[in-house]
Ligand binder design. Structure first.
Ligand code: IPM
Ligand code: MG
Length: 357
């Protein structure tokens, strides 16, 4: 029997509630499809930081380096500055593990309505590929003369040929694997005349390796309009770390709720484990109330199963999610319903057990 080792890192806020739900659903998948998942749980997060000064132990990466994948909840607490949390935990895993391709699918699931008036479902089916290792999140910069009138601060966007090339190849490859074979390269090369011009040039070079993929280029500001007004003209999108961060929140809102949106931080070469997480964040305002939407974690778990090669289990879990979202009595408050995390989780596990596809 196949056996996977998954590192579960619930993190902060509602992270522990949604990860518990995810573990339950994944165990139900494993039981249904005849494999075993061993979960190792890690208490890394803001509580640990407040007590010990570090989000994870010094040898933290070594503790999870050999795992098949990482299931991550969220990072962020009201009394810890966000940039400390981000760099202390999430980026402290993504960057050394070279998870350079961040994949964010968006679809309108059954039973969920988009705030876009003319979108009922099939018009909006996108995958955003976010460059996840450099660009605006490279961490290059500094501050001098702190607090003085002459204070200076810089955040430098770093783009490398190797970094752009690999994310372009990944995005073109992903676009090719989807029925429409359509890729939009998001840029801002009108204003940012160095790195973004290189980004465009490399996109055109890589495009030549994928003659069967139709592609176009779009300035990021115009892209927000196209996503809103002509969503059906878009399929796969590739964008820089910051541009895709912004566009993916817009995409999640169009899909009905941030509580549903999944993401995968992939190291496509599999030199290091990849990390799967819901996009929603720690949501401290609803923490401990048992009403967090676990669908973002379930959908992220689908992506994890696909990456592990458990395609039947992945498809089955996705069908279970869609059966459950179709039933409005199983919507959590972010979707306007009254269901609890445990109601949704139980229903997904039941749907899994009863799925004979
Ligand atoms: C995301 C989030 C993070 C990001 C935040 C929490 C720092 O918004 O995953 O999109 O900007 O990367
Ligand atoms: Mg974001």
């Amino acid at each position: 029997m196949k056996n996977y080792r998954i590192a579960a890192i619930p993190g902060d806020g509602i992270g522990s509630e949604v990860i518990a739900a995810g573990v339950e659903a994944l165990n139900a998948c494993a039981a249904r499809d005849g494999f075993v998942i061993d979960f190792d749980h890690f208490d890394w997060g803001s509580e640990r930081y407040k007590k010990t000064g570090a989000f994870m132990p010094a040898n933290g990466l070594d503790l999870i380096r050999k795992h098949d994948a990482i299931l991550f909840g969220s990072a962020g607490a009201p009394d810890v500055p966000d940039h400390i949390t981000l760099w202390g935990l999430r980026l402290a895993i993504c960057q050394p593990f070279d998870q350079y391709a961040n994949v964010r699918p968006t679809r309108i699931l059954p039973g969920i309505s988009s705030p876009l008036r003319n979108v009922s479902g099939p018009e909006l089916d996108w995958v955003i590929v976010r460059e996840n290792s450099e660009g605006e999140y490279a961490g290059v910069g500094g501050r001098v003369h702190r607090g003085l009138p002459e204070e200076v601060a810089t955040d430098v966007s770093m783009f490398t040929r190797a970094g752009v090339q690999r994310v372009m190849r990944f995005a073109f490859g992903l676009a090719r694997s989807r029925p429409r074979k359509l890729l939009t390269v998001v840029t801002k090369s009108n204003a940012q005349r160095h790195a973004m011009v290189m980004w465009d040039e490399i996109a055109a070079e890589v495009a030549a390796e994928f003659p069967d993929v139709t592609w176009d280029k779009m300035l990021v500001d115009a892209m927000t309009m196209r996503m809103t007004l002509k969503p059906e003209t878009i399929d796969t999108i590739v964008a820089t770390n910051l541009h895709a961060d912004i566009l993916s929140d817009l995409a999640a809102a169009f899909a009905g709720s941030l509580g549903i949106a999944p993401t995968a931080n992939l190291n496509p070469e599999r030199t290091f484990p990849s990390m799967f997480e819901p996009i929603h964040g720690s949501a401290f305002d609803i923490m401990g109330k048992g009403i967090a939407n676990p669908v973002g974690t379930f959908w992220s778990s689908v992506m994890m199963l696909e990456f592990l090669g458990e395609t039947n289990a992945a498809a089955r879990l996705m069908r279970a999610i869609e059966r459950v979202t179709a039933d409005k009595s199983l919507h959590t408050p972010d979707l306007g319903g009254k269901a609890k995390t445990t109601d949704v989780t139980r229903a997904v596990c039941e749907a899994l057990a009863g799925d004979n596809g």
